[in-house]
Design a protein around this ligand. Structure first.
Ligand SMILES: *Cc1c(COP(=O)(O)O)cnc(C)c1O
Length: 359
């Protein structure tokens, strides 16, 4: 039996996709082999990769002057690859720190460039986004990096920063494809796949052409964006199964009506969950209202002693992986694209029932 899996990542996948994987697992495209066993230089595999690229281009409306790369090493690999590709060692790079993932990106970048933290939201416990007017940016910074959706804190930007002439770099790991985004505002968008795209082992990097000539000579070739762009992400053996699953998820998204339709559903799912949290004061979400994530919804119970019974009862109701991150405590419901309405409805019904019994 399938449960409703609210894990922040690796996260729930569309059941349709899993069933398609099962149906063609041992015999992919009639070749008598699985997709994990075929040559990555063979025509069917290369065509599959190009189709996945075409589909994400269509879904996100990615302009022609951007490359789409399928890389390994996760988003964390890109924390290092970004400065190596677009900042010289003596350059200053600007970062906005809105929580756990920003912090990790910052500490990795420090190995490769001078990092200026242009703003942070420490003053309110990382529960909001510092207003852009207060950011202390560096003139001539190599880029400006931010985290549109903080997966752990459940904090999302209500705006796209205006970086001016400086390339804007965004870690979209937990919110890519969750709603329409104007890609032309960015220099680089990157996202680990295991939240909204598919499975771990793959990081999608979308990079504007004019940034491809800035790499240091010592960037590892698997993370050299220009080299990977020239080789169509096939400079070495790619994470074949992860790219394949991503392609199936993109096709599932197209069948769902694309990012616009899915974004509307995501907003509606999040709105009803926040309404349930805000209801009678039994549950609480600490994030500034205009910065609430539609993907990751943290909440606490009135009395932390109720956390354990809440989680145990939830598991009995097939609602799993609701425990909050160890750094935050409480609960967190991750409601990515693949979380059906029925899952959010079941969670809300369970929360209301729990409140009736313990409130
Ligand atoms: C999950 C996540 C990461 C880390 O991704 P890996 O693929 O595990 O390296 C980075 N940033 C954000 C915002 C995330 O949600």
């Amino acid at each position: 039996m399938r449960v409703f899996n609210f894990s922040p990542g690796p996260a729930t996948l569309p059941l349709e996709v899993l069933e398609q994987v099962r149906s063609e697992l041992s015999d992919w495209q009639g070749g008598g082999m699985s997709v994990m066993e075929v040559s990555h230089r063979g025509k069917p595999f290369v065509a599959m990769v190009r189709q996945a690229e075409a589909d994400i281009r269509q879904l996100m409306g990615i302009p022609d002057n951007y490359k789409v790369l399928f890389l390994q090493g996760g988003a964390t690999g890109q924390f290092a690859a970004i400065p190596m590709n677009i900042a010289r060692p003596d350059a200053t790079v600007d970062y906005v720190n809105t929580g756990s993932w920003s912090k990790k990106a910052i500490s990795e970048a420090k190995h490769y460039a001078k990092v200026n933290v242009a703003a942070d939201s420490a003053a309110d416990g990382f529960n909001s986004v510092p207003p852009e007017s207060q950011w202390k940016r560096t003139a001539g910074a190599a880029y400006l990096h931010y985290t549109p959706n903080e997966t752990i804190g459940g904090v999302a930007y209500p705006f796209i920063p205006d970086a001016g002439d400086v390339p804007l770099v965004a870690d979209y790991s937990s919110s890519i494809l969750s709603e329409p985004v104007d890609v032309s505002k960015f220099g680089v968008i990157y996202a680990g796949a295991q939240k909204n795209i598919g499975i771990a082992g793959l990081c999608v990097v979308i990079v504007r052409d004019d940034l491809l000539d800035r790499a240091r000579p010592d960037v590892p070739s698997v993370w050299n964006w220009k080299q990977m762009a020239e080789e169509g992400s096939l400079a070495n053996t790619p994470p074949a199964f992860a790219v394949y699953v991503a392609g199936l998820v993109f096709q599932w998204m197209i069948r769902q009506g694309g990012v616009e339709a899915i974004g509307k559903r995501n907003r509606a799912k999040a709105a009803k969950l926040y309404a349930a949290i805000d209801g009678a004061g039994f549950y609480r979400n600490p994030v500034a209202k205009d910065c609430r994530s539609i993907m990751n919804v943290p909440f606490t119970l009135k009395d932390p002693a109720l956390d354990k019974p809440f989680l145990a009862g939830a598991a009995e109701a097939s609602l799993v992986n609701l425990q909050g991150h160890r750094s935050v405590g409480g609960m967190r419901a991750s409601i990515y694209n693949a979380m059906p309405d029925a899952g959010v409805d079941a969670l809300i019904a369970y929360m209301q029932e729990f409140e009736r019994r313990h409130g």
